[in-house]
Design a protein around this ligand. Sequence first.
Ligand code: PLP
Length: 219
Amino acid sequence: MTIAQRINQIRQHLPSHVRLIAVTKQVSPDIMRQAYQAGIRDFGENRLQEALSKQEHLQDLPDICWHFIGHLQTNKAKKVLDSFQWIHSVDSLSLLQRLEGYSVELSNPPQVCLQVKVLPDPNKYGWTIPELLQDLPRIEQCTQVKIQGLMTILPWGLDETETLKAFETTRDLAQELNERSQLQLRELSMGMSGDYHLAIKAGATMIRLGTILFGERLK
Ligand SMILES: *Cc1c(COP(=O)(O)O)cnc(C)c1O
C-alpha cells in the first residue's frame, strides 16, 4: 500500500471533528511530501533539530501546521515557539511559564496542550492529576499562551478496557478543570497507532499517528 492509500483508508473512518496529526519522527521529507500530497497538513515532530531541518526541506509547502509533541527543555522553548503552531507536550509549570513569558511578544502565540499522566508512569513526563489540580491557580494565570486542551500518552501494556478508561479519565479531567477554573480546554490530544480508535470513542479531538501511516521506525 502506498502512503496515500494508508492515509485515505484511515481518514475514511475518522469522525469529521477528529484532527489527524501525522507523526513524522524519523520519516524523510520525501515521504512527508507524499503525505502532504495525500492531504495531510498537520505534522507532529518530537525533536527540534530534526524538525527544523525538515521545515527547511518543505518550506515550499506553506500551509503545513507543525505540532511539537516531544519533551521540551526550557532552554529550547523559544526556538520551538518560533517554528511550531502547536505544542502538545507542555509537561511542567516551569515550561508553561517560560512559554508564557515569550508569548507576550508574539502576535501569534502558540496553542498548547497540558500533558497529563492519568496513570502512574515513571518513564513519562507530565503532570499527575493531583499535581495539575495543585498548579491550577498558577496555570490559570498564563493567559498569553493559548491553553487549548490536554494531551496524554498511556503506559505500555494496558488492555482495551483499561485504555478506554484512561482516555475517559483524561476527558473527565478536562471537564473538571473547566468547571474549577477560567480555562477552556476543548482539545483532547490522545490516541496513537495502537489505541486511537479507543481514544476517539472517549472523545479525542486530535490523534497522533506514526507507525500505522509510515511503518515501523528504526527504534
Ligand atoms: C511517536 C509518537 C506518536 C506516534 O506513535 P505511533 O505508535 O507510531 O503511532 C504519538 N505521540 C507521541 C508523543 C509520539 O512520540
